[in-house]
Design a protein around this ligand. Sequence first.
Ligand code: GLN
Length: 287
Amino acid sequence: MTEKEILLTSILHCSRSALYSEDWTLNNEQEKRLFEALSLRSQGMPLQYILGEVEFFGLVFKVDKRVLIPRPETELLVEAVIRRMKDDRRPPQNVGGRPPELCGGRRTTDDRRRILDIGTGSGCIAVSVAKSLPRVRIDALDVSPEALALAKENAVKNCVDERINFIQSDLFFVFNENNANNRLGRYDIIISNPPYVCSHDIAQLQPEVRFEPRVALDGGSDGLDFYRRLIAESARFLRKGGLLFLEIGFGQRKSIEKIIASQSALRLSEVINDYSAIERVMVLGYG
Ligand code: GLN
């Protein structure tokens, strides 16, 4: 659908074919909404923020300026996690550390797999994974309390909120020894789509992207700040045989491989290309 079709079908609550096959007259309220939407769009606001929702992995997510708009390529990251989890025949276990009390807000004395989603934003990754894997429990972290509030709404909207625990944390900070909330446990899988745009490139991005939270995009001077931290710290939180799934930006694979080589704990297990043949997901194994 074109943007105008998307706007009109949303305002009229009709299908694309009905838009053309029926006679429509906008009432005052609908006309007001249309003009407001066109005006915001002409200022560069992304259509998804104007509509207030987006489809991702076959589910509907609320989005607004608190969170990055889920990108279609991130569906590959979700798919990769689900595929690995479904193939994983090993018995669930937690190696070392204290009991994983954070998961789902309650003790996990059951056999469920544990996943950590770092920088959850809208919650699109955590919610989609939880929806497809009914036995997993997920801890979803984000530095932004505003993003977490929206992510929680999305978990409720998609009926998976009982299995996702949303926690405010700058990367692994919530697990630090000195932090009162420390509850060290090991995860089967850690997932992250961290900010990976170089700071100085942000101003050059399409105008739409400038409406999105900078904190969700800015990966530091070379775009790799979060990979350095994630790769250095993940091993402490993964069970033996656990995996770290990372979304990566265009052309970042080689530099990230160097970061991996400088740490002994993780090794590269798989690289997955997106539909434009861009290396988009890196899977790292521990142990
Ligand atoms: N894929 C996003 C973009 O190109 C960036 C997302 C991110 O930094 N994680 O705008």
